[in-house]
Design a protein around this ligand. Structure first.
Ligand code: GLN
Length: 493
C-alpha cells in the first residue's frame, strides 16, 4: 500500500484523496517513510515530519467540509531557497545555516493556500549557483538513477534544484518547487527524467525567495508529468504587489487546457545555433525524434535564427555574478545568520564572509564585484546588458515566424559526481541551452523524452512566447504522450 501510494502522480493522488481511497495523513506517512529509507540521496536539508503530519491532518479536516484547494492534501517538497516561516531556510550555505525566517514566501503561501503539505526543504547548490548540486554546504545530492554500464558510479542530479529533482524522481515528494536563474529547474529535471517549468519572468512572485540574480530568478514547478506540472504552476502563479516585477495578469487554467487541444498548424522553430560542439549525438537524434513527433501531431517545423546565442553564456556569467555580488552583500554577520566575532567591524565582516561562503559563491562575488567596478563597468557590465537586449531581439524576431522553439535541454546526460569540478568553464557550458531563456525572460519547459544508451534520462526543451505557458504545456503534453516513458529511476535495478 505504502509503496503504491508514492508511485501515484499528483493527479492520481488528488483523485485517490477525493474518492477517499486514502487520507492525506496516510499519503504523507508513505512519503515520510520513503524519505527515511532514501536519506543516502541527501535530497533534503531539513525534513519536517511533524509539520507535515499536522498539515495533512488539517487537510483531511478541510476535505470533510468540502473545502478543497488545487493541491489539497498532496505532500510536496520546497527548495531550501524559499523562506518558510519557522522552518530553517539555508540556501545550502553555511552563512544561513541556522536562519529561521519569520515570514513565508509568496509562492509557498500560495501552495499552502491550495492545500498542499510540506515534507521538507530540499538541497541545492549553495545560493543556487551551480549545475550539479555539488556546492551545497550540506553535501552533494546523489541522483537516484544508475549509469547503465557502471552501476557503482554516483551521478549528479543536476543543479541547482538538484534536491527537488532527486526528491520527485525518487518518490520522496509528489512534486516540488525549484528556482531557475540560468537553467536550475530545467537541467536537473532533464537529468532525472522529470518535468520542470521555468515561467515567464514576473509570473511567479520572487518575494521571500533568497535572491541570486534578481533580473533572472524565477520560481517554477518540478513534477513527474506535464499534467502535474500544470496544476503546480496554477497554484504557484499570480500577481503579488510585494514583488515589483510581478506582472498583473490573469492566471489561466493550465490544467484544463491539456484536456482538449490541437497542435495543427502550430509553428515550431528549430534554431540551428543550438547544434553545439560537444553535444552528444544521441541528444541530436532525440531532438530530431521530437520534431517528427510534433510534425505527426500536425505542427509545422521551421528553422529559425538566434544569431547571438554564442554570446549568451558570457553575458549570463557577467550579469548573474554582478547581481549576485550585490544581493549577497547583505550577509555581513550583522543581520542574518553566521557571525564570526572579531575586534573590529571590518574584521568581523571579513571573517564572517570568509567562513560563511563556499568557493563557488566567492568566485561569483569576485567576478561580480570586478565587472561592476568603476574601471570595468563599461567594458563588461554595460556590454553584457547590450548583448542581453540583442539576445531578446533574436527571440522576438523568431517569434514573428514561429509559436514555440524546440531544443535539447542540456548538451549531455547526467555526469558523475565530482566530474567537471576542476574546470568551472566546462561546468558553465552545461547551461548553454537554458541561459538564453532567462536572459530574455521567456518561459520554457523541459520534458523527459528518452533514455541514453547508458540508460539515463534525456530531456527536450520547449521555449515559449512571454506568458505562453499554456501552449508550452500542450506541446510538452504531446511529447510526453509520444515518448510514453516510464520515467522511473529504479529501471534496471
Ligand atoms: N547553472 C547556472 C549557474 O550556475 C544556473 C543556476 C540557476 O539557474 N540557479 O549560475
Amino acid at each position: 500500500m505504502t509503496e503504491s501510494l508514492v508511485n501515484l502522480t499528483l493527479v492520481q493522488a488528488l483523485d485517490g484523496l477525493k474518492k477517499k481511497s486514502f487520507s492525506s495523513v496516510e499519503l504523507t506517512h508513505a512519503y515520510l517513510a520513503n524519505m527515511q529509507q532514501k536519506r543516502n540521496l541527501n535530497a533534503y536539508i531539513s525534513e519536517t515530519p511533524d509539520k507535515a503530519l499536522a498539515m495533512a491532518k488539517q487537510s483531511d479536516q478541510r476535505r470533510v467540509k468540502d473545502m478543497v484547494g488545487l493541491l489539497e492534501g498532496v505532500p510536496v517538497a520546497i527548495k531550501d531557497l524559499f523562506c518558510t516561516e519557522g522552518v530553517k531556510t539555508t540556501a545550502a550555505s553555511r552563512i544561513l545555516e541556522n536562519f529561521i525566517p519569520t515570514y513565508e514566501s509568496t509562492i509557498t503561501q500560495n501552495i499552502w493556500k491550495n492545500g498542499a503539505v510540506l515534507l521538507g526543504k530540499t538541497n541545492l547548490d549553495e545560493f543556487a549557483m551551480g549545475s550539479s548540486n555539488i556546492t551545497s554546504h550540506f553535501g552533494p545530492v546523489i541522483s537516484p538513477w544508475k549509469h547503465g554500464s557502471d552501476r557503482n558510479k554516483k551521478l549528479v542530479p543536476g543543479g541547482s534544484s538538484g534536491g527537488s529533482a532527486a526528491a520527485v524522481s525518487a518518490r520522496l515528494a509528489v512534486a516540488a518547487t525549484g528556482t531557475d536563474t540560468g537553467g536550475s529547474i530545467r537541467q536537473p529535471a532533464a537529468f532525472v527524467g522529470i518535468v520542470g517549468l521555468k515561467p515567464t519572468y514576473g509570473l511567479c512572485s520572487r518575494w521571500g525567495i533568497v535572491a541570486f540574480a534578481s533580473s533572472l530568478d524565477q520560481a517554477g514547478p518540478m513534477a513527474r508529468t506535464v499534467g502535474d506540472t500544470a496544476l503546480m504552476l496554477q497554484a504557484m502563479a499570480g500577481y503579488d504587489p510585494q514583488d515589483s516585477t510581478s506582472v498583473n495578469t490573469q492566471v489561466p487554467d493550465y490544467f484544463a487546457a491539456l484536456k482538449n487541444y490541437s497542435l495543427r498548424g502550430l509553428k515550431i522553430g528549430i534554431p540551428k545555433e543550438y547544434v553545439v560542439p560537444g553535444m552528444a549525438p544521441e541528444i541530436e537524434k532525440l531532438w530530431q525524434q521530437g520534431m517528427n513527433w510534433l510534425k505527426s501531431a500536425g505542427a509545422e517545423i521551421q528553422e529559425v535564427q538566434l544569431p547571438h546565442t554564442k554570446y549568451a553564456l558570457p553575458t549570463y556569467y557577467i550579469i548573474a555574478p554582478a547581481e549576485a555580488s550585490s544581493n549577497l552583500a547583505r550577509y555581513d554577520g550583522v543581520r542574518y545568520g553566521l557571525r564570526i566575532p572579531a575586534q573590529t567591524l571590518d574584521d568581523m565582516y571579513e571573517l564572517t564572509r570568509a567562513a560563511g561562503f563556499g568557493r563557488e559563491v566567492k568566485r561569483r562575488i569576485l567576478i561580480g564585484t570586478y565587472v561592476l567596478s568603476a574601471g570595468y563597468y563599461d567594458a563588461y557590465y554595460v556590454k553584457a546588458q547590450k548583448l542581453r537586449a540583442l539576445i531578446l531581439q533574436d527571440f522576438q524576431e523568431a517569434y514573428k515566424k514561429v509559436d514555440v522553439i524546440l531544443t535539447p535541454t542540456a548538451p549531455t546526460q547526467a555526469f558523475g559526481l565530482g566530474e567537471k569540478m576542476s574546470d568551472p568553464i566546462s561546468m558553465y557550458l552545461n547551461d548553454v541551452f537554458t541561459v538564453p531563456v532567462n536572459l530574455a525572460g521567456l518561459p520554457a519547459i523541459s520534458v523527459p523524452v528518452g533514455l541514453s544508451s547508458d540508460k539515463l534520462p534525456l530531456g527536450l526543451q520547449l521555449i515559449g512566447k512571454p506568458f505562453g505557458e499554456t501552449t508550452l504545456l500542450q506541446v510538452a503534453h504531446q511529447l510526453e504522450k509520444n515518448a510514453s516513458l516510464k520515467n522511473d529511476p529504479d529501471l534496471g535495478e
